[in-house]
Write a protein that binds this ligand. Structure first.
Ligand code: PMP
Length: 445
């Protein structure tokens, strides 16, 4: 058994890449099976998935209804080029119209969050011609292709510079724990949002702004309640498109279908992926408001892929939405989210190395610090150069304890499958509790 497992490991290491990483030292766990909120390695060891992988396995593993809908589609029609209209495309669109934020009524289907953002930006520039500049925040992740990485403000991901997409203008994020403007909420008057108005007026030629309503991979940054409505208002007043990147925040993750619902705001474009298929098949969706759709009646929609609107991917959408509804996922997430948040706050009380705990629904970050000045345990300043931070080491130890938590250089992202129950939450939190004692030992005071 063990030998077989190491063979697989050797082949994977020899012939495939670990992404965003130097290859040396990669020691992948070979996973063979998963069910519910657990996955299993080749030796039968069981792991609690406390982060839904990359915050995408929203319905957990092995959901039979979703799987059978995908299988049925495979049996019926596995592919037809997207200029035809596979019947499943109508079914997927009808389901989407039920859950999308008000006003989002026209869809382009791709296969990832990256592609969803590529389409959003390209179409924004077409629609807003000759304006072309796009505002994006420093702490952000929008994808890995040349334009989406140009939008991404997380400089740890910049390996090929200069970026190929010109016209990206950076704005600060509402990261109150370490305010980039060195202000304090609420006395700050939400300066980070108000500054955006100034930037648009100075830059001119701005076509749009792209924002993760709650920043994801860069550490689950929940904005103060005034921030998003203010950004929406500023975008409208300056006649630029407001693009909500809901790749991570969509599909019940925050106790609403989409995070923009938390503030009752309507984006002009919404991009999403991950939870749209609950990761049973690859999918990306770019949703547009009506006027943008209408513009392309007489203008070329200059975009497309072979695998766009793939019938098998589309088959997952109505099935997943039915499951979210059948399982009452929004109210389940609110209840479990309150419980998870409460338990994580208890850890903050108990462990001096926990500097901040923040989140909404089942989407939380725990940020570790090494002294009373909230100095992070290294990392954000480093590129992905193989440097191991304390949080990386702790994440590895959690895996040894059978709990997987996705981590950044100085934070954990705790975002379990939305179907998790209290006992399973307790298992994850208790493992974190034990491991945090080790971080406390490194705390300088
Ligand atoms: N936008 C956001 C907010 C994301 O979190 C991600 C992925 N983590 C992406 C875009 C890119 O999505 P994908 O990895 O599916 O290309």
């Amino acid at each position: 058994m063990k030998e077989e497992s190491s063979d697989d490991k050797e082949i994977i290491k020899e012939y495939t890449f670990k992404t965003w990483s130097k290859q040396k030292g990669w020691d992948p766990i070979i996973v063979t099976y998963a069910k519910g909120v657990y996955f299993y390695d080749k030796n039968g060891k069981k792991y609690l998935d406390f982060s839904s992988q990359f915050v995408n396995v929203n319905l957990g593993y092995g959901n039979e209804k979703v799987i059978s809908s995908i299988k049925e589609q495979l049996d019926k029609l596995q592919y037809i080029n997207p200029s035809f209209g596979a019947d499943v495309r109508a079914r997927a669109s009808r389901s989407l119209l039920k859950v999308m934020p008000k006003g989002i009524t026209k869809f382009f289907f791709s296969t990832s969050g990256t592609e969803a953002n590529e389409a959003a930006i390209k179409i924004t520039r077409l629609y807003k011609k000759p304006n072309y500049k796009i505002l994006a925040r420093y702490r952000s992740y929008h994808g890995s292709t040349e334009s989406s990485i140009s939008l991404t403000g997380d400089y740890r991901r910049w390996f090929v510079e200069p970026h190929t997409m010109p016209g990206v203008v950076r704005i600060p994020e509402p990261y109150c724990f370490r305010c980039p403007l060195k202000l304090k909420y609420p006395d700050c008057g939400i300066a980070c949002a108000n500054y955006v108005d100034y930037v648009i007026k100075q830059e001119k030629h701005v076509a749009g702004i792209i924002i993760e309503p709650i920043t994801g991979t860069n550490g689950v940054i929940v904005p103060p309640k005034e921030y998003m409505p203010l950004i929406r208002k500023i975008a409208k007043e300056n006649d630029i498109l407001f693009i909500a990147d809901e790749v991570m925040t969509g599909w019940g993750r925050v106790g609403e279908w989409f995070a923009v619902n938390l503030w009752n705001i309507e984006p002009d474009i919404l991009t999403t992926a991950k939870g749209a298929s609950a990761s049973y098949v690859p999918i990306g969706i770019t949703g547009f408001k009506k006027e943008i759709g209408e513009y392309f009646e007489e203008n070329v929609f200059a975009h497309g892929h072979t695998f766009e609107a793939h019938p098998v991917s589309l088959a997952a959408i109505p099935a997943v939405i039915e499951e979210y509804e059948r399982l009452n996922i929004l109210s389940h997430v609110r209840i479990m989210g309150d419980y998870l948040g409460k338990r994580l706050m208890e850890l903050k009380e108990r462990h001096k190395s926990v500097g901040d705990v923040r989140g909404v629904g089942l989407f939380w970050a725990m940020e570790l610090v090494k002294d009373n000045n909230n100095t992070p345990f290294g990392g954000y300043e480093d590129k992905y150069d193989g440097k191991i931070t304390l949080v990386d080491t702790l994440a590895k130890k959690l895996m040894e304890k059978g709990v997987y938590v996705y981590n950044g250089p100085s934070w954990f992202i705790i975002a379990p499958p939305l179907v998790i129950n209290k006992e399973e939450i307790d298992q994850g939190v208790n493992a974190l509790d034990e491991i945090l004692n080790e971080a406390d030992k490194e705390f300088a005071g």
